[in-house]
Design a protein around this ligand. Structure first.
Ligand SMILES: CC(C)(COP(=O)(O)OP(=O)(O)OC[C@H]1O[C@@H](n2cnc3c(N)ncnc32)[C@H](O)[C@@H]1O)[C@@H](O)C(=O)NCCC(=O)NCCS
Ligand SMILES: Nc1ncnc2c1ncn2[C@@H]1O[C@H](COP(=O)(O)OP(=O)(O)OP(=O)(O)O)[C@@H](O)[C@H]1O
Length: 201
């Protein structure tokens, strides 16, 4: 039996930071953000649909999607965000399901799905256990602004396009508090995996 863990959080709450620690333990991580990038590469169905909906203005000179431009549009317009979600999410789900099936066939003990929108997109049925990477609002805002070079308004628009962490916290099996140091986060992760019977770490 493969234990499937869903790792979620909010934008810039530290999911990639935690999932990198998990990868270092030789546990397979399936990352929804990566699958979403692959799904909109030049020539893919979703790429064509995005151009049909958002126009060729959304492209860079090399024909790839201008992610910065598309981000600015969809994080400031709920209808357009939903349009993009309707195009991209089914493709992401398909890609993740294929990888889950492969992992099961390979009899992996444990795999982790890193899905920012695990609850918003109603994907929790895919996983056995859920972990929330939690930060307080101030830390989230500060880290997001620093990482993506955003103004307060731009960062808040992104945060508000997701379910608040205060609501997600009620839905998960475990919480990793990522307000403190990286070392403190790593300790919580190790403790949790060992509680769930995974001691290879
Ligand atoms: C809007 C896009 C072009 C911005 O690209 P960019 O490279 O700047 O950001 P990246 O893809 O790395 O996403 C960063 C974070 O933004 C948040 N986010 C991304 N898309 C969404 C969305 N539709 N709704 C809410 N939050 C989102 C997530 O927390 C994600 O981890 C891109 O995120 C996208 O295509 N989004 C639609 C697909 C999607 O929902 N992806 C999220 C996981 S399936
Ligand atoms: N404990 C920590 N202390 C200091 N900085 C941190 C900590 N954890 C993460 N960061 C920084 O905060 C930013 C957001 O972290 P990370 O990229 O892991 O978040 P994420 O949840 O994967 O984001 P996204 O949803 O946008 O993909 C990064 O710049 C990261 O280096």
């Amino acid at each position: 039996m493969t234990l499937i863990i869903g790792l979620t959080g909010g934008i810039a709450s530290g999911k990639s930071t935690v999932s990198n620690m998990i990868k270092e333990m030789d546990i397979q991580v399936i990352d929804a953000d990566i699958e979403a990038r692959l799904a909109v590469q030049k020539g893919e169905q979703a790429y064509k649909k995005i151009i049909a909906e958002f126009g060729e203005d959304i492209l860079l000179d090399n024909g790839e999607i201008d992610r910065k431009k598309l981000g600015t549009i969809i994080f400031n317009d709920e209808n357009k965000r939903q349009t993009l979600n309707r195009i991209v999410h089914p493709e992401v789900r398909k890609r993740m399901m294929t990888k889950i099936e492969e992992a099961k066939k390979n009899q992996e003990d444990i795999i982790v799905l890193d899905i920012p929108l695990l609850f918003e997109s109603k994907l929790a049925y895919l996983v056995d256990k859920t972990i929330l990477v939690y930060v307080d609002q101030e830390t989230q805002l500060k880290r997001l602004m620093a990482r993506n070079q955003l103004t307060v308004e731009e960062a808040k628009a992104r945060i508000h396009s997701q379910m608040p962490l205060a609501d997600k916290i009620k839905l998960v099996d475990a919480v990793i508090d990522n307000n403190g140091s990286i070392d403190c986060t790593r300790k919580q992760l190790l403790q949790l995996l060992s509680e769930w019977g995974f001691n290879k770490a």
